[in-house]
Every structure is written in C-alpha cells, then in structure tokens.
Design a protein around this ligand. Structure first.
Ligand SMILES: C[S@@+](CC[C@H](N)C(=O)[O-])C[C@H]1O[C@@H](n2cnc3c(N)ncnc32)[C@H](O)[C@@H]1O
Length: 233
C-alpha cells in the first residue's frame, strides 16, 4: 500500500555534505557528538511527516499517553509531542543533542513532560512499553543495525499502540553525488523487515518534502517514507 502525498510545510533543513567524508567504522558516539558540537544542524521544529501523520489520523486522548522517540536529536519531535499532551522519553546517542533538547523543552514549558536519556540503540535499548514509539531519520553514515533497532522498537509498543517510522527514501534533488552504501529502504521493505504478527498497517507510503534547500540555498525536494503501524486491529 503505497500512496504519494505532498506535505505542505515549512522549509526543512538541508542534508549536509558531511556524510560523504565519514569512515563507516568510526565510533558512533564520537561522530554524533562531534556533529552536534560543531553546530546546530536541525531546525528544532517537529518533522512534518510526524505532524502530518498524527494530524491525518489523530490518536484519541493523548493526555496520559506515553511516547518514545528514538534518535531524537535536539528534540523537535519530542517537544512537539509533549506540547500535544504526551509524556515523552527521548533517546539519543549524543549528549550534546540531549542537552539542547532539554533546554528547548524547558523554554517551551514542557520540561517536566520529557525524560532525556543517552543510549546507543545498537547495544542498549531502553526498557519499557509505550503507547507511541516514533523515530525520524534514524540513519547514520557509520555502522548502525537499523533493522534490529526497528524490530526492538516494535516490541516496545504497548498493546493497541502505534509505531511510526519516518525515514529518507531518496536524497535531495540537488545532491548530484549521493553518498555510497546508503541504506534507504522502501516503506514496503521496512514493514517486511519488522516481521510482525498481529499488527495493522495504517500507512506505508512516500511523502514528498517540497522544500529542501541545499546548503548554498538552491531549492530542492526530497522523498521520505512514512510507515505507521498499530499493534492489534
Ligand atoms: C539524522 S539525525 C535525526 C535526528 C532527529 N530525529 C530529527 O529528525 O531531527 C539521526 C539521529 O540519530 C542519532 N543516532 C545515530 N546513531 C544512534 C545510535 N546508535 N543510538 C542512538 N541514537 C543514534 C543521532 O545522534 C542523531 O541525533
């Protein structure tokens, strides 16, 4: 079930060229910590794919509901979810990103609704069950067993709960030399790799992100994948 939808949105920060120059064997904590220490790579706003998905098919009664955001970065999604009433656990490998997220949450008045935790999800997945488990762009230029992490993400969804996986399906239109060895699975491949039993596929499709400017300001677009599943019927 693949449907093409266009998300009207604000501009999305450009993917940077840095990913071309990374040794895949580099230590992931060192890489991401350096990445966040060297600047503010993301906008701090929630991802349009997550906002659009929850706007299109809202989850009723989020007042006491719990959410887990995997690879939360500086917390755009986590803070937005907290603003919608969720109690959020936000997890990332980079302490600098988590500290920025926590500061952003305090500034937004939702500091008490988010717990920030440092985990290398390849080796150390948080224990618990959540009503919503979400992850946006959990991609890495260094070795990352994303499939295994996503299977563990599914296992962490409470009965009746929701799993949302947003990822890149292609590179920005202005990127003439995409990085080698990039793993950008289709929505169907993601669903198949989860090897699920007793779940409902709510959405598995491509989303055109209409405004993805290059670092030099050149206009561009990008295609992302949005997968949404519900545990049970
Ligand atoms: C492309 S960024 C996306 C950040 C955020 N979700 C967003 O949409 O802006 C990927 C994030 O995954 C995190 N990450 C990469 N490898 C990780 C790992 N092994 N364990 C936990 N987080 C990881 C990075 O630190 C980074 O914040």
């Amino acid at each position: 079930m693949t449907e093409e939808v266009s998300v009207p949105t604000h501009s999305v920060p450009a993917a940077r060229h840095w990913i071309h120059d990374v040794d895949p064997a580099m230590d992931p904590t060192a890489l991401w910590e350096r990445f966040y220490s060297e600047g503010e790579p993301w906008s701090g706003r929630p991802n349009p794919g997550l906002v659009g998905e929850l706007a299109a098919r809202p989850i009723a009664d989020t007042a006491r509901a719990t959410a887990l955001d995997l690879g939360c970065g500086t917390g755009g999604d986590a803070i937005w979810l907290a603003e919608q009433g969720w109690q959020v656990d936000a997890v990332d490998i980079a302490p600098t990103a988590l500290a920025r997220g926590a500061a952003g949450a305090r500034a937004a008045g939702v500091g008490d609704r988010i717990r920030w935790a440092c985990h290398n999800l390849d080796t150390d997945f948080p224990a618990g069950a959540w009503d919503l488990v979400t992850t946006s762009y959990l991609h890495s230029p260094v070795d990352l067993d994303r499939e295994r992490i996503l299977r563990r993400a599914a296992a962490a969804v409470a009965p009746g709960g929701t799993l949302i996986i947003i990822g890149h399906l292609g590179f920005p239109s202005w990127m003439t030399e995409p990085p080698p060895h990039a793993d950008l699975p289709t929505p169907e491949e993601i669903v198949a790799s989860l090897d699920l039993d007793g779940w409902t596929v709510i959405q598995a499709g491509a989303v055109v992100v209409p405004s993805v400017p290059s670092p030099e300001g050149e206009p561009g677009t990008r295609t992302d994948s949005v997968v949404r599943l519900q545990r049970g019927g």
